[in-house]
Ligand binder design. Structure first.
Ligand SMILES: Cc1cc2nc3c(=O)[nH]c(=O)nc-3n(C[C@H](O)[C@H](O)[C@H](O)COP(=O)(O)OP(=O)(O)OC[C@H]3O[C@@H](n4cnc5c(N)ncnc54)[C@H](O)[C@@H]3O)c2cc1C
Ligand code: SF4
Length: 492
């Protein structure tokens, strides 16, 4: 890291935080494109100047890939954009993904946040990488020599892609297997296009192909079809044994796709769906696919169960479909709506309102669903009850039962674990939650109980964030390289 001062010494006193501006909600609700243009060079410069060189950059430890944030803030302040992207790429393979959809734990850890608005770190990251692509500074980095070792990466989400890119750059022959018909994991099928447009993934794939990565979409590894609620458009299968026989090492980066169900009366009714039966269809429509099954929210009373990110994405998509009403229920109590926060530099529990929420939804907390009510096999209403929370325990409040109309219910209550049959096909040990068992530090990190078989991303840590998946993919690549070559130049 640089030791001279970062940014403008008095920048945080002179300038206020400028957030990226959003297209007005009435406009953006009519389309599926991104609606947050990046900062101009001048705005980014001022934002970079707000970084106050606090000495111990808590933001860097708040960032799961440990982005060297003060350095690139300073470089942007000086308008040295090319050096800024080099610094950013040294820790993050895909800043265009995180610069758009990371919840930015770095900003919660920013020292300015103690009594001011944090530096707009994520918006600066967004500006650096988008400018770098525009200027043609992002090019393939093919290896200088090849090793002759073959590696299979199973799963093409951010963990698999980061791992594959790192391994290809040190000369290994990497093949990425993906059961769905397109590469990208939840970046492709899950996260709506209005949060992240998908040509961004295609552009990275082109770079990676030029670095030697080969992509095998539509191939399911481990022969069993995935369970209900798990997108699976495989046209071929390959068994775990056949895959292992063809490669020197295998990385499992299959995510944590098994959705949490809600086994209350009426669950079997038509119109009650897992969020991941709904969201990917819209991604496919935006991609121009024909014959996409007709699951729409148009003119429906939509009830979304689960107050997290996935639920918020269902809100945004339902609004774009033209739903009649949208309600989102959460089991937990409503978090406090506070900005100053004693838990700095950690991630605070506070009410978060996403851009999708701003577009229109009724949100309610401490609600438990009791039953889905139907007519002619189709869901028509939802019966629920209010909860009281005391010392972390919930109880139903007598006399608070209510019924609301519901023609489409989307279950967005999180994910239990990876699909177990795939882990079983490889015969690896699991932790108590059913994730692939592997540590993240010391000798043998990211190694499963089966030698030569590695695990990274949500499959190992449970459903998490894109930036954590990138971190694990990068670190796992180093572990694989060490396993195959005895030592590695890749970053830890
Ligand atoms: C709707 C939704 C919205 C989200 N929004 C955000 C967000 O805004 N910001 C954020 O940081 N995080 C978000 N997340 C979380 C984030 O997407 C994940 O943590 C991240 O994608 C995990 O990366 P991964 O590479 O481990 O797994 P995944 O992205 O899940 O990728 C795993 C891939 O493996 C493939 N696969 C599985 N089994 C097999 C098999 N047997 N054979 C071949 N391929 C297989 C799957 O099809 C999938 O493509 C969101 C999650 C969801 C569900
Ligand atoms: S990746 Fe996320 S946590 Fe890291 S600097 Fe970017 S926005 Fe912040």
């Amino acid at each position: 890291m640089r030791t001279d001062h970062m940014g403008k010494i008095t920048g945080f006193l002179d300038f206020e935080r400028v957030d990226e501006t959003y297209e007005p909600k009435e406009h953006r609700k009519k389309h599926y494109r991104e609606f947050i243009p990046r900062l101009t060079d001048e705005q980014a410069k001022i934002q970079g100047a707000r970084c106050m060189d606090c000495g111990i950059p808590f933001c860097m430890s708040g960032c799961p890939v440990n982005n060297i944030i003060p350095d690139w803030n300073d470089l942007v302040y000086r308008q040295e954009w090319k050096a800024a992207i080099e610094t950013l790429h040294s820790t993050n393979n895909f800043p265009e993904f995180t610069g758009r959809i990371c919840p930015a734990p770095c900003e919660e850890a920013c020292v300015l946040r103690i009594n001011e608005d944090a530096v707009g770190i994520k918006s600066i990251e967004h500006a650096i990488i988008d400018k770098a692509w525009e200027e043609g500074w992002v090019s393939p980095q093919p290896p200088l020599q090849t090793t002759g070792r073959k590696i299979a990466v199973v799963g093409s989400g951010p963990a698999g892609l980061a791992c594959a890119q790192q391994l290809a750059r040190v000369g290994h022959a990497v093949s990425v297997f993906e059961k769905n018909d397109r590469i990208g994991g939840l970046l492709r099928y899950g996260i709506p296009d209005f949060k992240m447009e998908k040509w961004l993934i295609d552009r990275r794939m082109e770079q990676m192909a030029a670095e030697g990565v080969s992509f095998r979409a539509g191939v399911r590894v481990g022969a069993e079809r995935s369970a209900k609620g798990v997108p699976d458009w495989a046209a071929e299968t390959i068994s775990a044994d056949a895959l292992r026989a063809g490669f020197d090492a295998v990385v499992l980066a299959i995510g944590a796709e098994h959705p949490r169900d809600l086994p209350v009366p009426g669950r079997e009714l038509d119109g009650v769906h897992f969020a991941m039966e709904y969201l990917p269809l819209q991604n496919k429509r935006v991609a121009g696919d024909k014959d996409v099954p007709g699951l729409w929210a148009t003119d429906k009373h939509v009830v979304i169960i689960g107050g997290g990110d996935t639920g918020s994405d269902c809100v945004g998509t339902s609004n774009r479909h033209g739903a009649k009403s949208i309600t989102q229920f959460e089991l937990l109590p409503m978090p406090p709506d506070v900005d100053s926060n004693p838990v700095w530099p950690y991630w605070p529990v506070r009410l978060r309102t996403s851009s999708s929420h701003e577009e229109g939804v009724d949100r309610d907390w401490s609600i438990a669903t009791k039953e889905f009510l139907g007519e002619g096999g189709k869901v028509k209403a939802l019966k629920a009850v209010r909860l009281e929370w005391k010392d972390g325990k919930m109880s139903e409040m007598p006399g608070t039962e209510f019924t609301i109309p519901a023609d489409l219910v989307l279950l967005a209550m999180g994910f239990v674990s990876p699909v177990q049959s795939v882990l079983d096909a490889f015969g690896i040990e699991k932790d108590a939650r059913g994730n692939a068992l592997a540590t993240t530090d010391g000798a043998g990190s990211y190694t499963t109980s089966v030698p030569g078989l590695f695990a990274a991303g949500d499959v190992r840590r449970g459903q998490s964030l894109v930036v954590w998946a990138i971190r694990e993919g990068r670190q796992c690549a180093r572990a694989v390289d060490e396993f195959l070559m005895g030592s590695s130049e890749l970053p830890r």
